[in-house]
Design a protein around this ligand. Structure first.
Ligand code: AMP
Length: 506
């Protein structure tokens, strides 16, 4: 069977040339399915995760259609809503990549870009406007923007928007758009609220689902490492041993809390690993720099809070390590989805303490498949030699007896085990590191930062912006995850100067 080509999908020669430059030979399944419908003018609901090529699935046909026609002042022809700055910037990068031979203009309405710059661009007229919902409404309410010229409306990562409390904003925006338009909605999952949104604002949409929402890419080999203790030090030791027993080119370590991100990153660095943290409490410039280093291959391990699980397009991540299963089971799919992208192979390792068994059980129930057990050689003995556990974790170590003797290569299924453990009482205590350990590691973090005066300067200059949050002056709006304030590499995206605007510095 011959594979479909981009040319067969009906895309124009300028776009085909850009695709060729990007090295993309064949469309991914979502692209092959969606592009003909979008070119035919149909509304479309795409159930697809990041990593499936879904951005190009809407960007390619959109720019093909936009190539005919011209932008008018303050009236964008295509509006794309994204939940975060980072995602908006990624979509913008896609536009630039695929539209480089077309004369299309684009603006970004996202936090961190000065109003003045945005206003000038809009005033001149843009074909494509990529925005986060809050910032878009700000500009609309200031009368800087008219939405009645929107011919194409795209909602990206709709379920993330739902999580972040953006749905009322989107509904409001939809009412400002002309009735005659093409609406595309993309979401990794399709909960009732999103179904309602699709039903209200789309007309007879084609529904395309490239993978079940709970399907992890088949190219990912998943592992679970059950450790018999909740002790934080033991857990960090386990993480190191797991990392050391893998051939890691690059990987992301996911933690459930920001404080854990800092501690785990500092601990890994202290033990000679090339690791750096990324989460919402770090200055924007540090996050951008860290992310860029990771993308460029100059950083091996990115220690991240859950925010990075969604949206960050980092191609070719070989390993994902979960310091613990995520509290929201569907985030597991998003986390491990950072590896095994676009058909590449990847491995994931999830460390499960007794206190995590319940959430691990939920993950197993959701993914509906077995996960291989893995135990680095000698780890159980090493953990047994560590000082006693925190009081909160005492009495929870019985699993250890059961697990003793399971060495490397013991890869029995953990599915049934997860189920059984779920029926046990959920531990109430937090898996808190010992206070002296926190102090020690925080000191390590401080020392590292002290070594980098540049970072300190950046921290000072970023603070006001960070305090304001992505949605800036719309302080009345609910913001569920301030982690999600991530800016792209400044030079890549229009509207992102490397200078922080003066009013933000104040
Ligand atoms: P997305 O799901 O849009 O985040 O895309 C995931 C990654 O796949 C991005 O790095 C894209 O540049 C890449 N990609 C998109 N389309 C293709 C394709 N047809 N062939 C290979 N890689 C692609």
């Amino acid at each position: 069977m011959t594979e479909t080509t981009f040319a067969e999908l009906g895309l124009g020669p300028d776009i085909l040339k850009a695709l060729d430059d990007a090295g993309y030979k064949t469309p991914t399944p979502i692209q092959a399915e969606a592009i003909p419908h979008v070119l035919a003018g149909r509304d479309l609901t795409g159930i697809a995760q990041t990593g499936t090529g879904k951005t190009a699935a809407f960007v390619l046909p959109m720019i093909h259609r936009l190539a005919k026609g011209r932008a008018r002042a303050r009236m964008p022809r295509c509006l794309i809503l994204c939940p975060t700055r980072e995602l908006a910037a990624q979509v913008a990068e896609n536009f630039e990549k695929y539209g480089k031979y077309l004369k299309l203009t684009m603006a970004l309405l996202i936090g961190g870009v000065s109003f003045k710059d945005q206003e000038q661009l809009l005033q001149r007229g843009v074909d494509v406007l990529i925005a986060t919902p809050g910032r878009l409404l700000d500009q609309f309410e200031r009368g800087k923007l008219l939405l009645m010229g929107v011919e194409y409306f795209i909602i990206d990562e709709a379920d993330r928007m739902l999580d972040m409390g953006f749905i009322p904003d989107i509904e409001k925006i939809c009412t400002k758009l002309p009735a005659k338009r093409q609406t595309l909605l993309f979401s990794a999952t399709f909960p009732t609220d999103i179904q309602r949104l699709a039903k209200t604002f789309q007309r007879d949409p084609v529904k395309i689902e490239v993978a079940r929402p709970t399907d992890a890419a088949t190219t990912i080999t998943q592992h679970v490492v059950h450790i018999p203790t909740n002790d934080a030090k033991a857990k960090r030791t386990a993480l190191r041993r797991v990392i050391e027993s893998c051939d890691v080119k690059n990987g992301i370590v996911f933690c459930n809390r920001k404080v854990e991100v800092d501690i785990v990153a500092a601990s890994l660095s202290k033990h000679g690993h090339d690791a750096a943290p990324i989460h919402g409490d770090l200055p924007q410039s540090v996050r951008t720099e860290t992310l860029q280093k990771f993308r460029d291959g100059d950083l091996k391990l990115l220690v991240a809070s859950d925010v990075a699980a969604r949206g960050l397009d980092i191609p070719d991540v070989g390993h994902v390590f979960n310091y613990a299963p995520p509290p929201k089971d569907e985030d597991y799919i998003h986390r491990i989805g950072r590896t095994g992208r676009a058909g590449r192979t990847g491995e994931s390792y999830t460390i499960v303490s007794p206190i995590d068994e319940k959430s691990w059980g939920f993950v197993l129930k959701m993914i509906r498949k077995d996960v291989e057990d893995f135990m680095p050689e000698g780890l159980l003995e090493e953990l047994a030699d560590l000082p006693p556990d925190e009081p909160s974790s005492r009495g929870r170590g019985r699993r250890g007896e059961r697990d003793k003797g399971r060495g490397r290569g013991d890869r029995s299924s953990s599915r049934t085990r997860g189920r059984r453990d779920r029926s046990e009482d959920a531990p109430k205590a937090e898996d808190a590191p010992k206070s002296e350990e926190i102090a020690e590691l925080k000191e390590a973090v401080r020392e590292e930062r002290a070594d980098k005066p540049k970072r300190e300067r950046a921290e000072r200059s970023d603070k006001p912006r960070r305090d304001r949050g992505e949605r800036g002056d719309r302080g009345d709006r609910k913001r569920k995850d301030d982690d999600l304030i991530l800016e792209p590499a400044p030079e890549k995206v229009k509207g992102f100067g490397s200078d922080v605007p003066a009013f933000l510095k104040r």
